[in-house]
Structures are given as structure tokens and as C-alpha cells.
Design a protein around this ligand. Structure first.
Ligand code: 2IT
Length: 445
């Protein structure tokens, strides 16, 4: 494989898809040497086949807002790769959503899902619908209109969507209700469901909890522990909440959370009341973090600032792609940060990753760190298929085991001769080897 040749071709073909190109480049660069040791992959043109989604659905979503005005949005589902199982991946509702973003997310999802060791292929979907400021009734009507189109293309053994940015338990409820009405079946076609109708305990917490379990493994390998460390987290959604909750439970001080409006500096760390308020802020649909400082006088709001301006030991981006830039990385490194665990998908720019790796600090990519979310979705699918539900302890134990195994795979494939663990390489190679082998065994399809 010649990465630059493949990238040149993709840059011409998909000139406007910068996030997709970024995600592909990152994977190809890190797997190139392993790939080139397997001529059978090259012969089967695995890379050329892997970078193209199996299929993409694009559809119009029309709905009526509370003023009686008609609104039109675009809906998508990218079914990227089903070599190891049904397509699996979230739905994102955000005004920035376009094909480039969904293709990058779907591509990442292939490797992430492979890392979980569960049988799930990669997919992603969503809409440019903006939930900000929408009423509950508007959210419901939008979700219903979205599912009216999507339902024919998904199924419990075909493609199983879940939540992502802008899609949480409430949205999954409305989406599921409409699917059930249309398909006339109550199956595990979506994950992240409510606890009384097929959802799995621990799924809401799983992405953030799993991320902190992963960080603990990284730290333990270095003879360190998260207890007593200062952690900066970006975002205040479900994932940030889960990470802040588990980090706090394990004795870390979560000293920063942030939103699009600025950062909250929270020197005394989190407590139950503050953690509960994070969820309240998220469900207000306002996308601002400033009210946190009005409610808790020990917290300070810095408008327009990022979480990375706060001095911390451990940085955990939990918001969007490319939210931590090369400049942010330089600021963190100057402040003595020694671990960055990406929780958002592709949360760090290539410049930021290069800076962390050059400084030889601990860095792990989203597809390993945040895989606990989709892994627990996989556990939800298993419970649905068996028509049973496991206890919270059982699911948490399995989540622990999965995160521990993902960490082991990263170390196995990513340890360099000098002992530095390149978690990015480890995650990409481990995920790739599994998918490539499955594709090879299934022939040219
Ligand atoms: O990025 C992700 O892994 C998710 N948004 C969760 C996907 C899932 O199917 O649970």
C-alpha cells in the first residue's frame, strides 16, 4: 500500500470531505507497515474496499414546528462495513452534520466496534437538525419524521442505530416508538433504550465510565493512579457527565467542564449536586455551561475559553471532533499535562496528536477510549436477543473486562521498541487486523 497514492486519489474524489479524509489518513498511516507485511491484503484490495462505505442513504425530513411553520432537514445513514456484524453506530443531530462528518464517524466506528470484541460492523447517521431551543413536542415530531424514512433500512440484525451528539434517551424513545409502530415489532433495533422497554443498565453511563476505566489502565501501566489527579473535561453532555462521575468516584478532581460558550473552572472538583446539575443543563436544550457558575459560587466561568486553558494532569475531550488543536496541546503541555485521553471521536487534530506523541506523554484515541459506549450497546443487543436483562453489576463487570481487553490490544500492537506505547497505532492495527481478516475470508462482495 502506498498511503500517499491512496490519499491523493481520495482527495480528488472527495475534495470537500475534510473530516473523512483526516480519519482515513490517520488510520492508513498507522497501519501501513503491518499491512505491507500481508501481501494477501494488498492482493484483495482491502484498503480500497474499506475506505468506501457499503452504501449511504440520504433522505428529506419534513416536520411542522410549534408555530405551524414547515421545516425541512436532511437525514442520513452511512452503512460503512458489515464484515464482523450488523452495522452499528450512533445518530448525530447537529447543524454541522454533513456526509463528511458521518463518513468519518462511520469509518472510525468500524475499528472501534472491532476493538470491543463484539460482533458489530460500522455505521453512523444523523441529521443537520438543530435541537437547540426546540420544544419537547418539536423534538418528538422531528424524530418521528426521521424514522418514517429510516425504518426500512435498519433492523435488529441489519443495522442498529443508537445516540450520539444531540441524540439521548429522549430521542431514542421517540425514534423507537415510531419504528415499532411502522414495523409492528418490538425488537432491539436501537440501543440506548429506556430501562422499562429493553434498555440496558449502565448504557447511559458506559461511554464516560469506560473512558475512565481505560485511563486507569493507562495510568496503572505507568505505576500511577487517577486518585488525587486534576482532570479537565470538555463538554457537559452525557459522555462528559459519565466521565466526570466516574473520575470523581475514583478520587480525581474534575476541575474543568466546558460548553460552546466558555469554560467552568471548578477548583474544588465535583460532587453529587454538581454532577446532577450537569444533566439538567444538558436537558435544557440550551447548549450553554455558564449557569453552572451562577449555581455554584466556588466555580468561575471564563467566557470564550476552552477547558485546555486550565492547568490539569489529565485532559479528556468529550465534545466534538477537532476540539483540541495543536495550539491547545501546546498550552496543555506547557502547563504540565501528562495524559490526554480522547473521549470524543477524533477530538484531537493531527497537530495535537503529533505534539503529545513528540512530548512522549500518554495519549489514547477516541476509538479505544470511548468504545465502552458502543460495547454496552452490544451488550444491550445481546440482552434483547435473549429476552433478559442483566443487573447493573453484571453489565459493569463486562464493561470493565472489555475496556481492559481493549487496553491490552493497544499495548500489544502499539508498544514501540523504546517502550513508549503508541495507543493510536495499537488501536488502529488491532481493529484493522480483525476487520481485514473477516473481509478476506468472505470474498469479494
Ligand atoms: O460514537 C459512538 O460510539 C456512539 N455514538 C455510540 C454508538 C452505539 O451504537 O452505541
Amino acid at each position: 500500500m502506498d498511503t500517499s497514492e491512496i490519499m491523493t486519489r481520495l482527495r480528488v474524489k472527495y475534495a470537500n470531505e475534510k473530516e473523512y479524509l483526516q480519519a482515513v489518513q490517520e488510520v492508513l498511516e498507522t497501519i501501513e507497515d503491518v499491512y505491507n507485511r500481508h501481501p494477501e491484503f494488498e492482493e484483495a484490495r482491502i484498503i480500497e474496499r474499506l475506505v468506501e462505505p457499503d452504501r449511504i442513504f440520504t433522505f428529506k425530513v419534513t416536520w411542522v414546528d410549534d408555530n405551524g411553520d414547515i421545516q425541512t432537514n436532511t437525514g442520513y445513514r452511512v452503512q460503512f462495513n458489515s464484515a464482523i456484524g450488523p452495522y452499528k453506530g450512533g445518530l448525530r443531530f447537529h447543524p454541522s452534520v454533513n456526509l463528511s462528518i458521518l463518513k468519518f464517524l462511520g469509518f472510525e466506528q468500524i475499528f472501534k466496534n472491532a476493538l470491543t470484541t463484539l460482533p458489530m460492523g460500522g455505521g453512523k447517521g444523523g441529521s443537520d437538525f438543530n435541537p437547540k431551543g426546540k420544544s419537547d413536542a418539536e423534538i418528538m415530531r422531528f424524530c418521528q419524521a426521521f424514522m418514517l424514512e429510516l425504518w426500512r433500512n435498519i433492523g435488529p440484525d441489519t443495522d442498529v442505530p443508537a445516540g450520539d451528539v444531540g441524540v439521548g434517551g429522549r430521542e431514542i424513545g421517540y425514534l423507537f416508538g415510531m419504528y415499532k409502530k411502522l414495523a409492528r415489532e418490538h425488537t432491539g433495533v436501537l440501543t440506548g433504550k429506556g430501562m422499562t422497554w429493553g434498555g440496558s443498565l449502565i448504557r447511559p453511563e458506559a461511554t464516560g465510565f469506560g473512558a475512565v476505566y481505560f485511563v486507569q489502565h493507562m495510568l496503572h501501566l505507568q505505576g500511577k493512579d487517577i486518585k488525587g489527579r486534576n482532570v479537565a473535561i470538555s463538554g457537559f453532555g452525557n459522555v462528559a457527565w459519565g466521565a466526570a462521575t466516574k473520575a470523581t468516584q475514583l478520587g480525581a478532581h474534575v476541575i474543568a467542564i466546558s460548553g460552546p460558550d466558555g469554560v467552568i473552572y471548578n477548583p474544588e472538583g465535583m460532587n453529587d449536586e454538581k454532577l446532577a446539575y450537569m444533566l439538567e443543563l444538558r436537558s435544557s436544550n440550551n447548549d450553554v455551561v455558564a449557569p453552572f457558575a451562577e449555581k455554584f459560587p466556588d466555580a468561575v466561568f471564563y467566557p470564550g475559553k476552552k477547558a485546555w486553558s486550565i492547568k490539569c494532569d489529565i485532559a479528556m475531550p468529550c465534545a466534538y471532533q477537532n476540539e483540541l488543536t495543536g495550539e491547545d496541546a501546546a498550552e496543555l503541555l506547557a502547563n504540565g499535562t501528562w495524559c490526554c485521553a480522547e473521549v470524543s471521536n477524533m477530538g484531537c487534530t493531527p497537530e495535537a496528536i503529533a505534539a503529545f506523541q513528540k512530548a512522549r506523554i500518554l495519549f489514547a484515541p477516541g476509538k479505544a477510549v470511548n468504545a465502552g459506549g458502543v460495547a454496552t450497546s452490544g451488550l444491550e443487543m445481546t440482552q434483547n436477543a435473549m429476552h433478559i436483562s442483566w443487573s447493573a453489576e453484571e453489565v459493569d463487570r463486562k464493561l470493565h473486562e472489555i475496556m481492559s481487553n481493549i487496553h491490552k490490544s493497544c499495548v500489544q500492537y502499539g508498544t514501540q521498541p523504546d517502550g513508549y506505547v503508541n495507543y493510536l497505532k495499537g488501536a488502529n492495527v488491532a481493529g484493522f487486523m480483525k476487520v481485514a481478516t473477516a473481509m478476506l475470508e468472505q470474498g469479494v462482495i
